[in-house]
Design a protein around this ligand. Sequence first.
Ligand SMILES: Nc1ncnc2c1ncn2[C@@H]1O[C@H](COP(=O)(O)OP(=O)(O)OP(=O)(O)O)[C@@H](O)[C@H]1O
Length: 604
Amino acid sequence: MPPRNRRRQQSKLGPKEYFRAAKEIAQLTWETTPGTIVLQIAGAIITAVLPIVTTYYAALTTTELAAAFAGDRTAGGRAITYVIVTAVLGLLLTGWRSLEQYVQRLMRYALEAKVSDIMYERFLSLEFWRYDDKDTIDTYDRAQRFSLFYSQAFNTLSRMLSQVITLVASVIALLLVGWWLAVILLLAIIPGVYLQFSLSRAQVAHWNTTVDVRRAKGTIERQLFQPEHIAELRLYGMVRYLLNLRQELRDTDEKQRIIFERKFILGRLAADALELAAQVGSLLWVTFQIIDHLQPIGQFLYVQQIVQRALTAMNSFVTEISSLDEQLANLFDYQEFMALDVRQGGSRELAGAPERISVDHVSFSYPSSDIDVLKDVSLTIDRGQRVAIVGENGAGKSTLIKLLSGLYAPSVGHVTLDGTDLADFSLDSWHKQLAVLQQDYLSYSFATARDNVFFGKVSKPFDQEAFDRALDKAEARDFTDKLPKGVDSYVSPWMAHEDGTNGVDLSGGQWQRMALARNFYREAPIIILDEPTSAIDALAESRIFNHLFADKSQTLIIISHRLTTIERADVIYMLKDGRVVETGTHDELVALRGEFFTMFESQI
Ligand SMILES: Nc1ncnc2c1ncn2[C@@H]1O[C@H](COP(=O)(O)OP(=O)(O)OP(=O)(O)O)[C@@H](O)[C@H]1O
């Protein structure tokens, strides 16, 4: 099993990592929508430079107007020309802003779709043990947050580019008036930059420590506060308790952010005051210059506008940097998540079902615990055999099934197929041979009854005959026929047909029959059933098992607590505390008067 994944320390990430991250964002964006990148960069330059040029012409206009006012007859014509130039520049800028919205929406759609597709595919094909691993799930949680930000991240980068260009252009524009104006401006900006950056660092660090809190809150909101759960929550008086818990979790997460903001209020005020002083100072200076006839009158407007633009650009740059800081923190999580191994298995393809499956001295512990759930288990299952696995709750039966189906690898020992380690085979080719019904099977409540069965084998087109056979074997024909639209009815009250007919909810036993029908529809050579009829009434259960035992073409592995379902098995393995303690037929085990007999005595 690969080493556990550990979180990288955000605070240790330097400019190099940030630069690399920015490059990665640009690269993926380029691969996804190259045209929009070109447009965004062009837009960044336009947005930065056009307003400064406009200001330049506005200043010239003011100077010419003052001259015209003082009696210069030629100045009026020049002023009008400058006004026309200013209007054309404004038109260009407005044109770009309209196009920009479209470009950004296009880019957001393309990137969000791409990143979320990549992430889902990766998440769904991880090595199985990862789904039990808290670090993996944490990383996934945080990485998922990034998928929402991916497109924003590039927009943020392009806005930052535009702000840097504005700043550089403003400094150059100010240098033309007086070098020290530019220097004062830069010095006044530094404290604000520092403060905002510290705040964002604190927020990111806090965010990383509260992943658990947010997950617990999300679980309550998304999984528990669902219509189908409300009845139990109310019956157990859990509603108020969970609401309070959710509030506590929310406060833990969000109050701290507000506290951070509060701590920075005074600092911010000081930084803003410094910027204001620089702004007022530069205006006073240019006012005196104009009074002394050292600068033309339009220079007041010019300096005022340029200083204002530079400060706004710098402040926006700082805000963008802090949001980028948060976005990149998530990019690192995304990279970490994408670097996880995906489920691999071996390279050998399994052509058909094996003659013999062997479990050879297998011990196993889950990644999250050191306890051996299975201890030195050995057993064999031959083709066509009916095998029952029995034992008390927690004995390790379901775990054994997970190992047999290759979802987990043994910690010690081997599972082999005709003598070859299961690990050498491609998992997909093994799964094609299996139809596994787990205890916590899925109910596809968005789909119809027919689809719930068809989802057992989506690799082939729908097969009506196999469908009919599966429905009959699972004793699901009667109740599906009675649904408002037969097998084409939705099986959830939340779904409605186009003609307005509502879907119908199924009972626990009916859902279990649907799941069984799905399993049978697969028509796989090896059927594995983990408590397949726990919610099904005794008569239907008996008919289902009659069907199952009558068909000798499939290997059958059943876990059950009901004697009627296992007594006809060719071999029964009795598990206790992770060990196989008894093996034999029903009669042999009864005669033994051991663990099996004690467990099933009341049913014999
Ligand atoms: N994902 C998991 N991570 C850690 N421990 C687990 C996990 N799944 C099961 N276990 C533990 O492994 C032991 C065996 O569980 P398993 O589900 O295999 O028992 P079982 O025999 O199928 O029980 P039951 O009859 O109740 O279905 C239990 O003690 C359980 O707590």
